[in-house]
Design a protein around this ligand. Structure first.
Ligand SMILES: C[S@@+](CC[C@H](N)C(=O)[O-])C[C@H]1O[C@@H](n2cnc3c(N)ncnc32)[C@H](O)[C@@H]1O
Length: 463
């Protein structure tokens, strides 16, 4: 007996080391559910706080956070940190407390997350990560003043850290301190002139400040730094639209501009439009009813500029075939499960021109606002429609009064607005008749209602 006891202890130690290695290997493969399942099984042999090593508990705590069992994650990481501190393993305790702050943040236990991160930052005054994370948690939990104060101090402590300087700009934008935000963005750009988000945000801050010369200057500087940049080009044209020579006016947003804006916007598009009371799906329903279309699944339909597919569900009952086309692959990725038979990544005019007489209805919601001159797109739509009286349904923005030779205007928003008589005449010239237009609120922007024009037209006799 005396000789067997140490052997059993050795075996248990060996098992525990094996188990720890198994968990670490699973963590490296990102198999967090398997880690949690393995630990749940292990619990049958006794409480995990006894049977697991500190490292294994750490891995388990991180995995519990990943599978969103936040309260268990917090309890596990808390115990692991205390045991690590008792064993005077400072580096390990630091790593565990850092993961504990992430679990608390994920659990929305912001006050506790702030307390843990404040302690970590104060104990490690040379470690920028804790300062950054603390600012993020404060911002996320609505402690804007504290976040601003800490961020300002951190920028002074780490003057070369572009992330922190950027964070300060974001916080000043959130606090609507536009002049201070301008200063922060200029500061970021001094450190990193290629910083595209800071370029965009500087323009936005000048705009909120009402400083038009600042907007123009920021766009010119941007173009000097990056001459081909489609965003800077487009927005500078918008800024200078009233003074540009007619020949120099852009007749539509470039493909690069549309892709850049919407690929970036894609992830948050649906939520943002919901928060802006986006009325297009409902308006589309009324326009279809006015056209007397019935939901009997007989039509070949094109959703032109389908984006994330917000119109898909409305159109599906009318369609024997429903195709969505859009320039932004990011937007299209989100349209995947919204009832389309095909989603095509292409420029609208090219696509329409390549599909003559293919559709019995073309719908284009909130998309032709990226076109100034509408002749090319109307003509291509007319050719892509099949059958006399096949309808075209679309929205535009009313905008302010549009004077001048063009009949449209590129606004500082980067979107065009059109004069009613211009749209009507262009539709007629491109072979449409039975033209109808109604004014309606399309969505909100910066708290203001954006008035839209809902247009319906039919392919004419000679179209
Ligand atoms: C404001 S979103 C509207 C999306 C969708 N129709 C809706 O109402 O939810 C405008 C869409 O038009 C697309 N777009 C703009 N110009 C385009 C063009 N020339 N060719 C294809 N798609 C275009 C953009 O990529 C974007 O997805």
């Amino acid at each position: 007996m005396a000789t067997r006891r140490p052997a059993r202890r050795r075996k248990r130690r060996h098992d525990s080391a094996d188990f720890e290695q198994e968990l670490i290997a699973l963590a490296r493969q990102g198999r967090f559910r398997d880690i949690v399942a393995a630990c749940d099984k292990q619990r049958r042999h006794g409480p995990l706080s006894v049977s697991l090593s500190v490292s294994a508990m750490h891995v388990h705590g991180v995995a519990l956070t990943q599978v969103e069992r936040f309260d268990s994650a917090v309890a596990t990481l808390q115990t692991a940190a205390e045991r690590s501190e008792a064993a005077k393993n400072a580096a390990q305790a630091l790593a565990i407390r850092n993961d504990l702050s992430k679990a608390l943040f994920a659990a929305k236990r912001y006050g506790e997350a702030v307390a843990v991160l404040t302690r970590l930052r104060d104990q490690n005054p040379d470690e920028v990560t804790f300062a950054r994370n603390l600012i993020l948690v404060q911002e996320e939990s609505g402690r804007l003043d504290a976040a601003l104060k800490d961020c300002q101090a951190a920028v002074e402590r780490w003057p070369d850290d572009v992330h922190l300087a950027f964070q300060l700009g974001e916080l000043r934008m959130a606090a609507e301190s536009w002049q201070e935000a301008v200063d922060a963005w200029l500061d970021v750009l001094k450190r990193d002139p290629d910083h595209q988000p800071a370029r965009r945000k500087l323009v936005a801050a000048y705009r909120r400040l009402g400083d038009q010369a600042g907007v123009t200057g920021a766009l010119r500087d941007w173009l000097q730094q990056d001459p081909g940049n489609p965003i800077a080009r487009h927005l500078l044209s918008a800024q200078e639209f009233d003074v540009l020579d007619v020949k120099a006016l852009p007749t539509r947003a470039s493909d690069g501009y549309v892709r850049d804006v919407f690929d970036r916007f894609a992830e948050t598009f649906d939520e943002q439009l919901q928060s802006l009371d986006y009325a297009a799906p409902r308006l589309l329903g009324s326009m279809m009813a006015e056209l007397g279309l019935s939901a009997d699944g007989n039509l070949s339909i094109l959703d032109a500029g389908c984006g994330t597919g917000l119109m898909g569900e409305r159109l599906r009952p009318f369609a024997s075939r429903l195709v969505g086309v859009d320039l932004s692959s990011g937007m299209l990725q989100r349209a995947g499960e919204r009832g389309y038979d095909a989603l095509v990544c292409a420029e609208l005019v090219s696509y329409l021109s390549a599909h003559p007489a293919e559709f019995e209805l073309i719908v284009s919601m909130d998309t032709l606002i990226y076109f100034g001159d509408l002749a090319a797109v109307f003509l291509a739509a007319n050719q892509a429609l099949r059958g006399k009286r096949a309808p075209l349904v679309f929205t535009l923005e009313k905008g302010g009064v549009v004077d001048g030779a063009t009949g449209y205007r590129l606004n500082p928003s980067g979107r065009y607005s059109h004069r009613v008589d211009y749209v009507r005449k262009t539709l007629e010239r491109c072979g449409f008749s039975e033209i109808g237009v109604k004014e309606s609120v399309l969505r909100k922007e910066a708290g203001e209602e954006v008035t839209g024009l809902c247009w319906t037209a039919r392919k004419g006799e000679e179209g």
